[in-house]
Design a binder for this molecule. Structure first.
Ligand SMILES: NC(=O)C1=CN([C@@H]2O[C@H](COP(=O)(O)OP(=O)(O)OC[C@H]3O[C@@H](n4cnc5c(N)ncnc54)[C@H](OP(=O)(O)O)[C@@H]3O)[C@@H](O)[C@H]2O)C=CC1
Ligand SMILES: O=C(O)[C@@H]1CCC=N1
Length: 279
C-alpha cells in the first residue's frame, strides 16, 4: 500500500491510465488521488474513471499531495513549471515528469534548481497492470532514511504496481519513449492489420480481432517467460515449406522489420525535438 497522496497536473490519457492502474492494483484508495487540469472534459473523465478529487489550482494540489506527476503535454510544461516554481512547498514534494523529451535539466531550471525530481516514461497499458516504464533520477532525489524509503524506491513501487519498470541513464529516456512509450500504438496497428487480414480470408471481425490480440499477447508472454531469443521462437513456428514461411516471406517483402525499426528511430528523434526550447 502507498500511504500518501498522489496529484496529477494534467489529468488526460496517461494520468488516467496510471491512476486507474494504481487503484485497480489496490496500491491506494480513490481519496488518495488528486488532479488539476485546464480542460474540464479531461478532469471530468479522470473523476469518472478514478473517483479522485479535482483541485481548483496547482497550488492547492501541491499543498495536498506527497507525490506530483507532471502529466501535461511537453508543449504545456513551461507554463506548469513557472506556476510550480512560485509554490514554495513544491520543493519538498517528489515531482515526477512523464512528458516526452523534457529533460531533467529543463525541469530543474524551470522549478528553480535541483530537487526531488524524476523523469519517467510510462505507457498506457499501465491501465491494465501491463505497463512498461523507465525512469531516470535527478541528483536532488533523496536517499532512504530511518523513517522513509528513498525517492527511487517510491517511484519503483508506483511503476511496478502497474507493470514493469527499468531504471536507465537519462540519456536513454528518448529511446525508451520511441520504443515502449509510443510502442502500444505500433502494436495496435499490427493487431488491427492482422484482424483485417483475418477478415480478408473470411473470419468474422470480432473473432479475427480476438485471435489477433491473443496471438500478440501469447507471443509476448513466450518471449518474457522462456528466455528464448525471439528468432528461435519464430523458428519453432516455421515448418519447412509450410504456411508460416510463406507469411514471413510476405512480411519481408513488405519491409515489416525495417518499418518497425524506423518507427522507433523516428519517435525517438521526435522526443528529442520536443525537448528543445523552441517546439
Ligand atoms: N498518451 C500516452 O500514451 C503517453 C503520454 N506520455 C506523456 O504524458 C503527457 C500527457 O500525455 P496525454 O495524457 O496523452 O495528454 P492529454 O492531452 O490527454 O492530457 C494532458 C492534459 O493536461 C491538460 N493541461 C494543459 N495545460 C495544463 C496546465 N497548465 N495545467 C493543468 N493541466 C493542463 C490538457 O488540457 P488541454 O487538452 O486543454 O491542453 C490535457 O487535459 C505528455 O507529456 C506525454 O508526452 C507519456 C507516455 C505515454
Ligand atoms: O505521442 C506522444 O508524444 C506520447 C509520448 C509517448 C506516447 N505518447
Amino acid at each position: 500500500m502507498f500511504s500518501g497522496k498522489i496529484g496529477f497536473i494534467g489529468s488526460g490519457q496517461m494520468a488516467t491510465a496510471l491512476a486507474s492502474g494504481m487503484l485497480s492494483a489496490g496500491l491506494l484508495q480513490k481519496d488518495q488521488l488528486l488532479a488539476c487540469d485546464v480542460s474540464l472534459a479531461s478532469a471530468e473523465k479522470f473523476v469518472a474513471a478514478t473517483g479522485g478529487e479535482i483541485c481548483p489550482s496547482i497550488a492547492i494540489l501541491v499543498e495536498k499531495s506527497d507525490v506530483i506527476f507532471l502529466s501535461v503535454k511537453p508543449q504545456s510544461m513551461a507554463g506548469v513549471l513557472q506556476t510550480l516554481s512560485q509554490v514554495s512547498t513544491s520543493r519538498e514534494k517528489l515531482i515526477i515528469s512523464i512528458a516526452a523529451g523534457i529533460t531533467l535539466a529543463t525541469l530543474e531550471a524551470g522549478l528553480g534548481g535541483p530537487g526531488r525530481i524524476v523523469r519517467v516514461m510510462p505507457n498506457t497499458p499501465a491501465l491494465v497492470g501491463a505497463g512498461a516504464s523507465a525512469f531516470a533520477l535527478s541528483q536532488g532525489t533523496l536517499a532512504a532514511s530511518a523513517d522513509r524509503p528513498s525517492d527511487a524506491q517510491i517511484v519503483r513501487q508506483l511503476l511496478e504496481t502497474v507493470g514493469v519498470a527499468e531504471e536507465v541513464p537519462e540519456s536513454l529516456m528518448d529511446a525508451v519513449t520511441g520504443l515502449s512509450g509510443s510502442g502500444p500504438a505500433y502494436v495496435y496497428q499490427i493487431i488491427e492489420a492482422l484482424s483485417d487480414g483475418g477478415v480478408r480470408v473470411g473470419l468474422p471481425r470480432a473473432i479475427a480481432t480476438r485471435l489477433a490480440a491473443q496471438t500478440v499477447l501469447g507471443a509476448a508472454q513466450m518471449v518474457l517467460s522462456t528466455d528464448e531469443h525471439p528468432g528461435a521462437l519464430k523458428d519453432a513456428v516455421t515448418s519447412p515449406g509450410g504456411t508460416t514461411i510463406a507469411g514471413l516471406h510476405a512480411l519481408e517483402s513488405g519491409g515489416l522489420r525495417a518499418a518497425l525499426m524506423t518507427a522507433v528511430v523516428a519517435a525517438t528523434q521526435r522526443a528529442k525535438e520536443l525537448g528543445q526550447p523552441a517546439r
